[in-house]
Design a protein around this ligand. Structure first.
Ligand code: NDP
Length: 385
C-alpha cells in the first residue's frame, strides 16, 4: 500500500537520508510536500525527482526563483512561514520534522494538530515547547516517533515494557571531535574543527552542538519529555564508537541496548516503517571488526553544556526555551567567527541567569515570543562584547 509523506527540511542532512530511503522504495511512497529554507535549486530538483505535490521555501524572497525552477512541472510552489505551516498541515501518513532549530516548531505543531504521525528529528522544537508540544500530541491524538538516534534507541528498548519498571535510561554520547582535547585547545577551536564530527555526518548546527555537548544537553531535555521517568533516572555516558545508541535499565537488572551503524538512515527507517521494519542498505553489524566498545563519564569541566542543560530541565518553566534560543544564536555567532568556541556555553549560561524571571510559556505563541525575546537579548549581548 502506498503511503504519503511530507518532509520538512528536505534539503538537510536528515531530509536527505529520509529521501534516500524513499528513493530505494519508490513504489511504496507518494511525496506530498517537501520544504527548505533557502536552497531553491536543491529543493526543486528533489521535488521533481520525487513528484512532490508541493514545494515550499522558507524565505519569501526566493519564491520567484522556486517558481522558475519548477516551471512546467505542475508542482505547486509556495514561500514563507505560513506556507511552511500550511504544508505541514496537509494530510500525509507521516511527516518528517527535520527543520533545524526552533524555526521548525510552528510547522511541527501544525502536523501534530492534524493528529498525524510525526517523525521528530527537530529536537530544538521539543526542547523549546516541551509540555506545550506533548500536551498537543495528547490532545490531538498525534503519534510522535523519535528520529534522534538516541531517542529512537530508547523507544525501541522500551517497547513491550512498562515505564514503571525502568530503573534508568542512559543516553550515549560520542563525545564529539574535542573529546580528548585539553581546555586550552578547546577554547581556541575553529568552526571547521567543530563541524568535523568523528562518527556522524550532520548539518553544521548539530555538529557544533555535538562538539560543545549541548547536543547531549538538548537530548536530555528531549528524553525528559518523550520518556517521563524523572530527570534523576536519565543518565549520560560517553561512548566514542557510537555503536550503542542508548540503553534502558530495568529494575530486574536487565539492560536493553540498541546497536547499529552511525547512520541516520537506521533510526529514520525505524520511524518510517513503525511498528514494522524495513530494509536499509546498511552492512551487517560486525562486532569482531569493531573490536572494542568503551565508555567514560562526561567531563563537565571541559564540557559544561550537559550540566547547564540538566539545570535548565530541573528549573523547567521558561529555562529550556531560553537555553535553546541562546544556544542557537551563540552557535550561529561562533560559525560566523564572532565568538570563540567556549563562549557558546558562557553565553547560554548568562542568558539563563539573566532571563530567569520570565514565566513559563503555556501556548505555541508564548513559546515563539520567548524564543524571539531570548534571541534578541543574546544577539545584543554578543554584539556588546
Ligand atoms: P541541516 O542543517 O542539514 O538541514 C536543515 C534543514 O532545515 C534544511 O532543509 C534547511 O533548508 C531547513 N531550514 C533551516 N532553517 C530553516 C528555517 N528558518 N525555516 C525553514 N527551514 C529551515 O540540519 P540537519 O538535517 O542536520 O538537522 C535537522 C534537525 O534534525 C535538527 O534539529 C537536528 O538537531 C536534528 N538531528 C539531526 C541529525 C543528523 O544526523 N543530521 C541527527 C539527529 C537529529 P536549507 O537547506 O534551504 O537551508
Amino acid at each position: 500500500m502506498t503511503r504519503s509523506i511530507t518532509i520538512l527540511g528536505a534539503t538537510g542532512s536528515v531530509g536527505g537520508s529520509t529521501l534516500d530511503l524513499i528513493r530505494r522504495g519508490r513504489a511504496d511512497w507518494r511525496v506530498e510536500a517537501l520544504t527548505a529554507n533557502s536552497q531553491v535549486e536543491e529543493l526543486a530538483v528533489l521535488a521533481r525527482e520525487f513528484g512532490a505535490k508541493l514545494a515550499v521555501v522558507g524565505e519569501d524572497a526566493r519564491l520567484p526563483a522556486l517558481r522558475e525552477a519548477l516551471a512546467g512541472s505542475g508542482i505547486e510552489a509556495a514561500a514563507g512561514g505560513t506556507a511552511l505551516t500550511e504544508a505541514a498541515a496537509r494530510p500525509a501518513d507521516i511527516t518528517v520534522a527535520a527543520i533545524v532549530g526552533c524555526a521548525g516548531l510552528a510547522p511541527t505543531m501544525a502536523a501534530i494538530a492534524r493528529g498525524g504521525t510525526v517523525a521528530l528529528a527537530n529536537k530544538e522544537a521539543l526542547v523549546s515547547a516541551g509540555a506545550v508540544m506533548t500536551a498537543a500530541v495528547a490532545r490531538h491524538g498525534a503519534t510522535l516517533l523519535p528520529v534522534d538516534s538516541e531517542h529512537n534507541a530508547i523507544f525501541q528498548c522500551l517497547a513491550g515494557n512498562s515505564s514503571d519498571d525502568v530503573r534508568s535510561i542512559t543516553l550515549t554520547a560520542s563525545g564529539g571531535p574535542f573529546r580528548s582535547w585539553d581546555a586550552a585547545r578547546i577554547a581556541s577551536a575553529t568552526p571547521a574543527e567543530a563541524v568535523a564530527h568523528p562518527n556522524w555526518d550532520m548539518g553544521a548546527k548539530i555538529s557544533v552542538d555535538s562538539a560543545t555537548m549541548f547536543n547531549k544537553g538538548l537530548e536530555l531535555i528531549e528524553a525528559h519529555h518523550l520518556f517521563p521517568v524523572g530527570l534523576d533516572r536519565l543518565k549520560i555516558v560517553v561512548h566514542p564508537q557510537s555503536v550503542i545508541h542508548s540503553m534502558v535499565e530495568y529494575r530486574d537488572g536487565s539492560t536493553l541496548a540498541q546497536l547499529g551503524p552511525a547512520d541516520m538512515r537506521v533510526p529514520i527507517a525505524s520511524c518510517l516503517a513503525w511498528p514494522q521494519r524495513m530494509a536499509t542498505p546498511m552492512p551487517p553489524l560486525d562486532l569482531a571488526r569493531i573490536g572494542n566498545l568503551s565508555f567514560e563519564a562526561p567531563d563537565e569541566q571541559r564540557f559544561p553544556a550537559t550540566r547547564i542543560a540538566r539545570e535548565a530541565a530541573e528549573a523547567g518553566g521558561a529555562a529550556p526555551a531560553i537555553l535553546n534560543a541562546a544556544n542557537e544564536v551563540a552557535v550561529a555567532a561562533f560559525l560566523a567567527g564572532q565568538i570563540g568556541f567556549s563562549d557558546i556555553a558562557v553565553t547560554v549560561e548568562r542568558m539563563l541567569s539573566r532571563l530567569n524571571h520570565l514565566p513559563a510559556p503555556s501556548s505555541l505563541e508564548e513559546v515563539l515570543g520567548l524564543d524571539t525575546q531570548t534571541r534578541k537579548y543574546t544577539a545584543e549581548m554578543i554584539g556588546n562584547r
